[in-house]
Design a protein around this ligand. Structure first.
Ligand code: 8WW
Length: 156
């Protein structure tokens, strides 16, 4: 059994808009996404979520809530990405460009799905309506989802 790679993904949400970041390099470069990254040894998943948001956006979240668990498998790659998705509605600071991400507010009615990971269009509506969700996506390359499962859950 290959150990999953633990990752975090944080979306800061206001009533009518959500903060996304344009990934400037590395995995997912050129796509708008939430803020996140690897869980380092010696920190919890939640601590990693706070840390990565601060590092990548300049924002200090005050109330992270875990809302989703997503697993991504890529054909030919034994490592499965296990992404813990969080939202925050209270934060301090101003969105600040980092080496990794260029932040921008998007109205929740005009999310740029064509410039995001292809799976997002399926689970983002669940995030926006406040559901908790769990999903698995099998990718071939970074653009094609071969199959997926996605369900709303009562608890993660
Ligand atoms: N939205 C979304 N995000 C990711 S990776 C998120 C976790 C991450 C990884 C590396 C740096 C920062 C954040 C995805 N992978 C496959 N589909 C996907 N959809």
């Amino acid at each position: 059994m290959v150990a999953n790679k633990l990752l975090t993904l944080v979306f800061v949400r206001e009533s009518t808009r959500i903060l996304l970041g344009l990934k400037k390099r590395g995995f997912g470069m050129g796509r708008w996404n939430g803020f996140g990254g690897k869980v380092e040894s010696g920190e919890t998943i939640v601590q990693a979520a706070y840390r990565e948001l601060k590092e990548e956006s300049g924002l200090e979240a005050k109330n992270l809530q875990e809302v989703g668990l997503l697993k991504f498998e890529f054909v030919g790659d034994p490592q499965i990405l296990e992404v813990h998705v969080f939202t925050s509605s209270e934060y301090e600071g101003q969105p600040t460009e980092s080496s990794e991400m260029k932040p921008q507010w998007y109205d929740i009615d005009s999310i740029p799905f064509d410039k995001m990971w292809p799976d997002d269009k399926w689970w983002f509506p669940l995030l926006l309506k406040g559901s908790k969700f769990s999903g698995y996506f099998l990718f071939e390359g970074h653009d094609d989802v071969l199959n997926y499962t996605l369900e709303e859950v009562d608890s993660l």
